[in-house]
Design a protein around this ligand. Sequence first.
Ligand code: ZN
Length: 238
Amino acid sequence: MRLTGALLICALILAFTSCRPGRNAVGQQEVAVSTAAGGGEEIPDAEQGFTSQPIPDDVWQRMQGLSWKDNDDISREDLRYLRMLHKDAEGRVHNGEMVCNKAIAEDLLEIFKALYEASYPIERMVLPDEYGAEDEVQMRANNTSCFLYRRISGSAKLSRHALGMAVDINPLYNPYVKQRKDGTLFIQPETAAPYCDRSAEFPYKIVEGDLACRLFAAHGFEWGGAWTSLKDYQHFER
Ligand SMILES: [Zn+2]
């Protein structure tokens, strides 16, 4: 009797763990999924997986003193909170999040939906606030993001990210590279030196004319990888 009871408990545990949430069928393949909000959240299908809304109160709280700083350039009402599915290089589906200017919200939904449907790899897409709104830190983590109220690095000029009008994609593998006067390279993130050689093969590399470049160009964005005075391979702005 006691053995039968133990076997029954084992069977119940097995049944429970094999149908836990966090796994989702995509096509015929079962793939692991993750969400910005952590475990327990259902992954929507592609039709419901691309949404835009005014900044919810809980997101607004997360942003305070981090990606959001009091300023005269942009207001909460100018911004939108997007949820967008994306796939990493292993084909795993993630439920990403992004804050952007409302002027480009619909463009970004269209662009990222097309990238998702084409399995264009994007590793991570959470708010910069998850990294203390430190751009260097989120770039090292290869986090794709848009809004971050900040100046251009080494300049007093406001970045297009401060207006939610620029997106950085897979930034670790697509660094910002500028030649200093002494000929050495200024690289952001600092850990991206191996990815400055654009003829090398590695995952998450944005290549001129690839699907991301074509989609952003079709929506009126400039690509930093096409600039001549410096290269910002991760960066698309309007
Ligand atoms: Zn950028």
